[in-house]
Design a protein around this ligand. Structure first.
Ligand code: IMP
Length: 427
């Protein structure tokens, strides 16, 4: 019954695609359980680079069944264009399964996302503008549209009517926008129905049966722990639960089935969008991390904010996710620094604080307390085992492991599929 959850331990963009892909060959199912096309995984296979937004990374591994779980929000136009883009490159996508209970991102959700952000002005969240928040809001308000609704025109029309009733009032009266016509939305959505039909399935049943048959199921989180709607830096978060519990609700699998929870941890820190970020750098070092690490969003093309490693956040991620292991990524990006600062605690209003404060105001005031670790200058991209790493790189990894509270079982030393050091096997 090996069911593994793989999730971001920071603010997303930790390099999850590479980690999922590494496990791809030994995994039977890769399941997305939350988020939508706000995510962005880059997977490098040989000399081919793939940018995936909505599809699970397992789509690139022929033996693997990729699954979009009930907790995901699906933009059908994005999904279909992602599928046809892969088909054109010779990738077989026919095994994909989509939960009939997953909610649909409609054009009005995208509109509401964009106008809301504009309305918030300098208080904006910095969303990806993909309609994620409004779609989850409709789900919780019980006026959402689900994939299964595409197969009953009368129900679909009633539901779109119900959703647009209030929304059109807000769009026209508050945001000064034109009302959205129900029949236009219904027509567009029905246009996707036939194309999506072959993929729609009872994914909860499929996954639970697979676990009973001892198949390996990998649950792949989008975004990261600190962007979680409950456990992240609210309100500067996404509208779903990337944390480990989200895998259970977002895929319909009980917590007793999960055997391992792996946190993907970048060797430094990045964040996109607004919100607090204690170790953020505004100097040459920040610019160098961005340049060397290629820190530009796969989905939005926005430059990522960059900073040093924050062990307080890593410890927090261990706790709220019950992490069993870490996959440390992008260690090679740190090559060349004489000394590398690591944030070991915060100073808040003159007091040293070891753990992430629950109070938003405190976190906004948190100043990093740094410990300096000696750097290395040797190229590490060809290292195959831990002992191939220079002593100082080994010590950096060991220090992070000790501060973060879970063993580091793999280390990424370059973007390629084979540029990974495996210390303990995940399966
Ligand atoms: P939303 O998910 O588009 O609503 O955006 C909410 C916040 O989450 C914004 O700060 C986004 O930049 C951030 N965000 C959403 N998806 C990702 C991701 O995949 N990586 C990093 N940040 C993300």
């Amino acid at each position: 019954m090996p069911a593994l959850v793989l999730l971001g331990a920071q603010w997303g963009d930790e390099g999850k695609g590479k980690a999922t892909d590494l496990l791809g060959g030994s995994v039977d199912y890769v399941v997305r359980y939350q988020g939508g096309n706000n995510a962005g995984h880059t997977v490098v296979v040989g000399d081919q680079k793939y940018a995936l937004h909505l599809l699970p990374s397992g789509i690139l591994t022929p033996e693997c069944t990729p699954v979009i779980g009930n907790g995901v929000v699906v933009d059908p136009s994005v999904l279909l264009s992602e599928l046809s883009g892969l088909n054109e490159r010779g990738v077989d996508t026919s095994k994909l399964l989509i939960s009939g209970n997953a909610h649909i991102i409609t054009p009005y959700h995208v509109t509401v996302d964009k106008v809301t952000e504009r309305f918030l002005g300098k208080r904006k969240i910095g969303t990806t503008g993909r309609g994620i928040g409004p779609t989850y809001a409709d789900k919780i308000n019980r006026v959402g549209i689900r994939v299964q609704d595409l197969y009953d025109e009368s129900i679909l029309t009633q539901k779109v009517e119900a959703a647009l009733d209030a929304k059109n009032q807000i769009l026209t009266k508050l945001f000064n926008r034109r009302a959205i016509a129900v029949d236009q939305v219904v027509e567009e959505l029905l246009g996707y129905a036939e194309k999506l039909q072959p993929y729609v399935a009872d994914t909860v049943l499929v996954l639970n049966q697979a676990l009973e048959e001892n198949k390996v199921v990998l649950f792949e989180g989008g975004q990261g722990t600190l962007l979680d709607i409950d456990h992240g830096t609210y309100p500067f978060v996404t509208s779903s639960n990337p944390t480990a519990g989200g895998a259970c609700t977002g895929a319909g699998v009980g917590p007793t089935k999960i055997s391992r929870v792996i946190g993907i941890l970048k060797a430094y820190t990045t964040r996109v969008g607004a919100g607090p970020f204690p170790t953020e750098l505004f100097d040459e070092d920040g610019a160098a991390l961005r340049r060397i690490g290629g820190e530009r969003g796969v989905t939005t093309g926005r430059d990522r904010r960059c900073g040093w490693f924050d062990a307080v956040i890593a410890r927090y991620a261990t706790r709220v996710n019950g992490l069993t292991d870490f996959f440390l990524t992008k260690l090679d990006v740190l090559t060349g620094w004489e000394e590398i600062p690591v944030c070991v605690a915060y100073e808040i209003d003159g007091k040293r604080v070891e753990e992430l404060p629950y109070s938003q105001s405190d976190f906004h005031h948190a100043k990093p307390v740094y410990e300096m670790l000696p750097g290395w200058s040797e190229d590490i991209t060809r290292a195959k085992s831990f002992s191939d790493l220079p002593k100082n790189a080994q010590n950096y990894v060991k220090a992070l492991e000790e501060m973060s509270g879970a063993p580091i079982s793999a280390i990424g030393v370059g973007p390629g599929r084979d540029e990974t050091i495996e210390i303990n096997s995940f399966i």
